[in-house]
Design a protein around this ligand. Structure first.
Ligand code: SF4
Length: 458
């Protein structure tokens, strides 16, 4: 059976993967993990092709031509909150192919998609569940991680969380990296190219009200499978990894095993990862650095203690400060994630967030507007209070405009504060100088900085 994995074309750089979707703030894109792990699971079970139309910068017309020449029976298309309407319009023209959707919007609204779009054959909810393969290739007629129409036209609604919390999952076959345009991926913080993404665990046990990862059961992968994956990356020429785990340091003994594997096998990868401030320690950071880690990405969210308590109770200002200090001490760079526009935010608390970002002074800061994803508790709360600008299934983009109505913090002010955050953080002479002094990467910073300037600051 011929199967095509498709990251749908879009008018600009967009990230769709791992239950998230947003336009790229400065033009970067990384390999979508959903399609990567599907490529591994489908290895030897189908004739597979991948079109990452976003990375290849090709439009629908060019995509149709490639699809016609490959002639797949099944297309698995990646979509998401920012783009699902245009994606579905493009997919509609593909006749006589079974189309499955994967991505955050269909995953959390399967009923809507199966009812509204009759040409959609199913929705994949969990790209880490190997049992989906038998269903996709027609060997099985049932699958708990896929939504589809039953023979009597009733709907079978699939589940995301189908594995036990803390269990160890086997993904025996590594992704087929050679099918992806690996030279086309980059982020502003990488140290080497080509880069690849990887996930060693799924979900997050922390309980942040706004975050989709908290709705996903945490489980991790078998270390033997990770070794095969790293071996395959090495063979494919990969030099840099972005570990896309929601929190790479959830289970310290496991992270220790991964670091020791990277050190023992001398892969020489440079890497970055998302970590939680909860259990960072100096010995752990030193081990990570020895294993090739150059940057950690830490979700700070807000500079206001009350807002943190409400939306991200596992985080605290003192703990966050200590974590950033520790990273500086060990010599690992930091990227802080900050959010403007929580329902309890106002201009003053948003300013506290900007001030806290400057105080922590990470090497990089990413500011987003609060757009509660489908599947989160905050989405339900905001919808129930009718605080969305409209109450249908709509497009969200945390890199763009505010969508939460808040009488204490009008949307216009939320958008202004987002721009101010970038101006205040990156406009400091000390910050600009730090990028110039990191001269080996100055061109990368200038390219990303100019895009950020055009998109978010001016
Ligand atoms: S914000 Fe971070 S710590 Fe909180 S649930 Fe999401 S991934 Fe976990």
């Amino acid at each position: 059976m011929k199967i095509l994995l498709l990251n749908c074309p879009y008018k600009g750089p967009i990230i769709r993967d791992n239950y998230c979707c947003f336009t790229s703030k400065s033009g970067y894109i990384w390999p979508p993990v959903d399609l990567l792990y599907l490529s591994g699971m489908l290895k030897g079970r189908s004739e597979l092709k991948v079109i990452d139309a976003v990375a290849e910068k090709i439009n629908w017309r060019e995509t149709y031509k490639i699809i016609d020449s490959f002639d797949p029976e099944v297309i698995i298309a990646l979509t998401g909150t920012v783009s699902y309407q245009v994606d579905l319009n493009g997919l509609k023209a593909l006749k006589n192919r079974k189309i499955y959707l994967i991505g955050n919007t269909p995953c959390f609204r399967p009923e809507f998609f199966l009812k509204k779009y009759s040409f959609v054959g199913g929705i994949i909810h969990n790209f880490f569940n190997p049992s989906i393969v038998d269903y996709l290739i027609g060997k099985n007629t049932e699958c708990e991680s896929i939504s589809y129409r039953n023979k009597d036209h009733s709907l079978h609604l699939g589940k995301i969380n189908c594995l036990k919390p803390m269990s160890v999952v086997r993904l025996a076959k590594p992704p087929q990296y050679h099918l992806f345009p690996i030279g086309k991926y980059s982020t502003p913080i990488i140290r080497n190219k080509p880069m690849m993404t990887a996930m060693t665990s799924f979900g997050c046990p922390f309980n942040c009200k706004f975050c989709i990862a908290s709705a996903l059961t945490y489980y991790r992968r078998d270390i033997r499978d990770l070794k095969k994956e790293f071996d395959e990356m090495k063979k494919s020429g990969v030099k840099e990894i972005f570990f896309e785990d929601s929190t790479f340091n959830t289970y310290i003994p496991y992270l220790g095993e991964i670091c020791n594997l990277l050190i023992r096998e001398k892969y020489g990868f440079s890497w970055s990862a998302n970590v939680h401030s909860f259990n960072l320690s100096e010995p752990l950071l030193k081990l990570m650095k020895k294993a090739g880690c150059h940057t950690v990405q830490i979700g700070v969210e807000s500079g206001n203690p009350g807002i943190l308590k409400e939306y991200a109770p596992s985080k605290g200002l003192t703990r966050l400060e200590n974590s950033f200090d520790l990273c500086k001490k060990v010599g690992i760079r930091t990227l802080g994630y900050f959010i403007i526009g929580f329902p309890k935010d106002n201009v003053e608390t948003a300013q506290e967030t900007i001030d806290f970002a400057k105080k922590l002074d990470p090497n990089f800061a990413s500011f987003s507007i609060m757009t509660p994803d489908y599947g989160t508790r905050l989405y339900e709360e905001v919808a129930a209070k009718k605080m969305f600008t409209d109450n249908g299934i709509k497009n969200f983009d945390s890199s763009e405009k505010a969508i939460i109505k808040n009488k204490n913090f009008p949307r216009k002010n939320q958008d202004e504060m987002l721009k101010k955050a970038y101006r205040d953080f990156y406009g400091r002479p000390s910050k600009l100088l730090s990028y110039l002094l990191d001269y080996k990467y100055t061109i990368l910073y200038v390219k990303n900085g100019l895009r950020l300037l055009a998109k978010k600051i001016l």
